[in-house]
Design a protein around this ligand. Structure first.
Ligand code: NAP
Ligand code: GCO
Length: 263
């Protein structure tokens, strides 16, 4: 039977105080991993630590902006000294700015690319040398439907997540010979703070039009929840996926397979 256990492994999940990162980190912990996470502010790290404790998980939390290469290198060194060499990296931290492209400033575009594409490069680059020395490693990049599809107002995010798909494939190509597997998870539409604006009720109390739209585009006829990503993440973090490399595992309820329900 394939080995799904993460016992004895150290996992860094970026931006995992809540949302998808928190659900993935919790699942990796349940499979036996020691969890390390970061967030931008100590308040969020503290909130995250409390949430992990409540879930019976002893996590290690650090303040670190994943776009700051110097800070990331210092974080990885601190983790290696205080917790252990990082066996599993989940590049989860991300932002989105929903602005029509012709109205979007270059600064806003650059900021989304910085967090959603440059930062996964920075963090992966920081952990790979130790993975090479250790002779094994798992890198999981959190991609998106927008790694494959576009829509109005998300040009920067789609460009970043499309790039992240190819960065995933290139890390897999460049480091597969060191027994490092790099794969992606492409969540569909998941109910988290990031998508809250797309789900909030209208002033008259009616559902957000985007809510019904996503339901019509999803064969599972529901929004995903962060816990839907738990099993796929454990699979890609474990030895069970040692011959899976450069693959984007879409966890989308079938969106990418479906033309959408006739209105
Ligand atoms: P979320 O609720 O907005 O959480 C994002 C997390 O990333 C927060 O903890 C945030 O910290 C952290 N973060 C943002 N910028 C950071 C930085 N520079 N340094 C460190 N941490 C940073 O998002 P989510 O819905 O859980 O999504 C998590 C990942 O899944 C993202 O990469 C997102 O693009 C991707 N994704 C989401 C969906 C979805 O439908 N929700 C679908 C596909 C992919 P703060 O709280 O301090 O800002
Ligand atoms: C949006 C949403 C999506 C989701 C996710 C889909 O505005 O379309 O935020 O981008 O976050 O990336 O996979």
């Amino acid at each position: 039977m394939a080995n799904f256990s993460l016992k004895g492994k150290t996992a860094l999940v970026t931006g995992a105080s809540y949302g998808i990162g928190f659900a993935i980190a919790s699942a990796l912990a349940e499979a036996g991993a020691t969890i390390v996470f970061n967030d931008l502010k100590q308040a969020f790290v503290d909130k995250g630590l409390a949430a992990y404790r409540e879930a019976g998980i002893t996590a290690h939390g650090y303040v670190c902006d994943v776009t700051d290469e110097e800070a990331v290198h210092a974080l990885v060194e601190q983790i290696e000294n205080e917790v252990g060499v990082i066996d599993i990296l989940v590049n989860n931290a991300g932002i989105i700015k929903r602005i029509p492209m012709h109205e979007m400033s270059a600064a806003d575009f650059r900021q989304v690319i910085d967090v959603d594409l440059n930062a996964p490069f920075i963090v992966a680059k920081a952990v790979i040398p130790s993975m090479i020395r250790k002779g094994a490693g798992k890198i999981i990049n959190i991609c998106s439907m927008m790694s494959e599809l576009g829509r109005e107002t998300v040009s920067a995010y789609a460009a970043a997540k499309g790039g992240l798909k190819m960065l995933t494939r290139n890390i897999a190509s460049e480091y597969g010979e060191y027994n490092i597997q790099c794969n992606g998870i492409g969540p569909g539409y998941i109910a988290t703070p990031q998508t809250a604006p797309l789900r909030e009720k209208q002033p008259d109390g009616s559902p957000h039009p985007f809510d019904a739209f996503i339901i019509s585009k999803t064969p599972a006829a529901r929004w995903g929840i962060p816990e839907d990503l738990a099993g796929p993440a454990v699979f890609l973090a474990s030895e069970a996926s040692d011959f899976v490399n450069g693959h984007i595992l879409y966890v989308d309820g079938g969106i990418l397979a479906y033309i959408g329900k006739q209105p």
